[in-house]
Design a protein around this ligand. Structure first.
Ligand SMILES: *Cc1c(COP(=O)(O)O)cnc(C)c1O
Length: 424
């Protein structure tokens, strides 16, 4: 055999799979040329992407550092320990598990650690801004547990703590969730703690959306207040797609056992490395400035929208997101979101509290400013963005308006190249 024949044919993606390669290029362009306002999305940095795309994906490492089921963990144990120690330093947590595959499996691990099937649990209901995994009926969390949902008040759309306390007394839940996916206001973890203590429930804070704001000092931390804190790593925290569980030392064993072997097999070591990088990035003054800008931008955008006569759930925002009731503008949420997408402004349609419309055709849109902020856009661009949203919502079927806004959006985007793109 010649030398050439013994060399493994190992081409780049562009050669091996031009179809997937060109789709990735197309998505790169979309993420560059459009203003992305999906509140759960962000731009991971080049460093995070490199770690996540690394050969660490090749290694199996069921178990935890120094207690693995396979040999060859000389490197992986160090990677996982770095990720854990950096997350501990970032959030001040006693114990950290970085193995959950994402936010939903992290929450499932919490159930497995503390609940038996049929146990009562209490969480914010989905239409009020809660997450599927906090007991919504179609989710395993609503099917396997006796889930009860609290809501927000009718008059100001803030969490109804009287209702939380009443339902807690009535149902004696094993655990209470404090966490949201579409709630624009600061969460009062101490108040949840009081209610949980009154009924002997565990308090679980799910900071999937706001963990970047917590790390950056823009939202009070539940660490030290809640028994367990879960989070995604890819939303405002700007890491790779993953999950993390932080808890007091007394729950460490139960949590670790629930994640592995209770729920998962081998951890995704390439993602663990990305989480380590993201935690390092988040522990910097630059990240603190980003977190502040995220909130400043959301508030500037809220001001701009209010100035245009929009109706905002709770009347504004304390965090990275806004929920607008666009029916006040004579348009449904889905029509608005689709018209905005055509204009290069990407958000999602969303239910509003007490929404008279159906979940698949609701009254609102949800807007988040984390991706927008990660590319360096500031309050001046947020004000412009409010103007564009207003123009599109006023004329969702006018192609001239849509095209004009799309042009202006593209021009604005050209001045703010996003992190991590293009991939080289
Ligand atoms: C996004 C989110 C999750 C789930 O995260 P995935 O990574 O999508 O599974 C869990 N809880 C809350 C509050 C969320 O917003």
């Amino acid at each position: 055999m010649s030398k050439e024949q013994t060399i493994l044919h190992d081409p780049h993606l562009s050669e091996r799979d031009p179809e997937i390669f060109s789709l990735i290029k197309e998505e790169e362009k979309r993420e560059t040329d459009k203003i992305r306002l999906i509140a759960s999305e962000n731009y991971a940095s080049r460093a995070v992407l490199e770690a996540t795309g690394s050969i660490l994906t090749n290694k199996y490492s069921e178990g935890y550092a120094d207690k693995r089921y396979y040999e060859g963990q000389q490197v992986i144990d160090q990677v996982e320990n770095l990720a854990i120690n950096r997350m501990k330093a970032l959030f001040g947590a006693e114990h950290v598990n970085v193995q959950p595959y994402s936010g939903s499996p992290a929450n499932l691990a919490v159930y497995l650690a503390f609940c038996d099937p049929g146990d009562p649990i209490l969480g914010l209901s989905l239409p009020a801004g809660g997450h599927l995994t906090h007991g919504w009926k179609v989710s395993i969390s609503g099917k396997y547990f006796n889930s009860v949902g609290y809501g927000v008040r009718k008059d100001d759309h803030r969490i109804d703590f009287d209702e939380v306390a009443r339902l807690a007394k009535e149902h004696r839940p094993k655990l209470i969730w404090a966490g949201t996916s579409a709630y624009p206001r600061t969460l009062d973890f101490a108040k949840f703690r009081e209610i949980a203590d009154d009924v002997g429930a565990l308090l679980i804070a799910d900071i999937a959306h706001i963990s970047g704001l917590v790390a950056g000092g823009q939202h009070p931390s539940p660490v030290g207040i809640a028994d367990v804190v879960t989070s995604t790593t890819h939303k405002t925290l700007r890491g790779p797609r993953g999950g993390v569980i932080m808890c007091k030392e007394e729950h460490a064993k139960a949590i670790d056992r629930a994640v592995f072997p209770g729920l998962q097999g081998g951890p995704h070591n390439h993602v663990t490395a990305g989480i380590a990088v993201a935690a390092k990035e988040a522990n910097t003054p630059e990240f603190k400035a980003y977190a502040k800008d995220v909130v400043d931008n959301a508030q500037a955008l809220a001001e701009s929208l209010l100035g245009h006569g929009f109706s905002l759930v709770t009347g504004g925002t304390d965090n990275h997101l806004i929920v607008a009731d666009v029916t006040a503008k004579g348009i449904a949420g889905k029509v608005a979101a689709q018209a905005l997408d055509r204009a290069g402004i990407v958000c999602n349609y969303n239910s509003i509290p007490f929404d008279p419309r159906k979940p698949f055709d609701p009254s609102g849109i949800r807007i988040g400013t984390s991706s927008f902020t990660s590319r360096g856009m500031k309050a001046a661009e947020a004000k412009l963005l409010g103007d564009w949203i207003n123009e599109v919502v006023a004329a969702p079927e006018d192609d001239k308006v849509i095209e004009k806004v799309a042009r202006e959006v593209k021009e604005c985007c050209d001045s703010f190249p996003p992190p991590g793109i293009p991939v080289d």
